[in-house]
Design a protein around this ligand. Structure first.
Ligand code: CA
Length: 233
């Protein structure tokens, strides 16, 4: 039995019904909202575990819904975008969304995004409980207080930028980070050059942590958008 409660914000009835049916079939609890003001009200009064948020709402822009929720809560938000262009997804991620789905999406995709996000939630909870200074993900380990990273208990020889990048991705495991977000955190700015450098650092980092850099297990690429650290078993 899944006890997570999901808030579905979608004004398009067939899409909303599909989502609700999927959630019901998989034993999730759910709430629905059909516009932005209901979304904000339900998010604050019911504290759902995850929010699915359509960006094209009748009363307000989905981005403003994210900003409002983010002013008081870190609850995971997965945006649903009707456009295949990356700009609105990037804007949503930079405003604080965790992940995105592009319409039309399959039931499997919906469930996969939800699983990643719920896993992220449990990681976040266990960190806050233990206040852990050690990060473990499969064979990868980071000892934040010592400033060292290990693979299979062997210390990795990382450059300062690679280490910073690895820590940033690790601390946000399960969340898609945009190029702008990453470069802002690493270099304090986001110029085109920085995004190009970021690609290079991702390549060198992958060579050190991935057993098959061409089919990465830890760092997932979101083309045109950014990167995400995946929790492996
Ligand atoms: Ca819509």
């Amino acid at each position: 039995m899944n006890r997570s409660t999901i808030l579905v914000v979608e004004d398009d009835t067939p899409v909303r019904n599909l989502m609700v049916t999927t959630l019901k079939t998989h034993d999730y609890k759910y709430l629905t909202a059909v516009n932005g003001s209901e979304a904000i009200l339900f998010a604050s009064s019911y504290s759902p575990d995850v929010v699915f948020l359509d960006l094209g709402l009748p009363d307000m822009d989905g981005i403003s819904v994210i900003r409002q929720i983010r002013s008081w809560s870190n609850m995971p938000i997965i945006v649903i975008s009707a456009r295949s262009e990356d700009e609105d997804k990037i804007e949503a991620l930079d405003a604080g969304a965790d992940d995105y789905l592009t319409k039309p999406f399959s039931v499997e995709e919906l469930l996969a995004r939800l699983r990643v996000t719920i896993r992220r939630l449990s990681i976040m909870k266990s960190y806050s409980e233990k206040d852990s200074s050690v990060y473990v993900n499969g064979k990868l380990k980071i000892d934040y207080s010592a400033g060292c990273a290990y693979l299979d208990d062997e210390e990795l020889k990382l450059t300062p930028i690679e280490y910073k990048l690895l820590c940033l991705l690790a601390r946000n495991t399960g969340k898609v980070l945009t190029h702008t977000y990453i470069t802002q955190h690493i270099w304090g700015r986001s110029w085109d050059n920085d995004i190009a450098s970021l690609r290079v650092f991702i390549v060198t980092l992958r060579k050190k942590i991935e057993s098959a850099p061409d089919s990465p297990q830890y760092i997932q690429t979101h083309i045109g958008i950014g990167y995400r650290m995946i929790k492996t078993d």
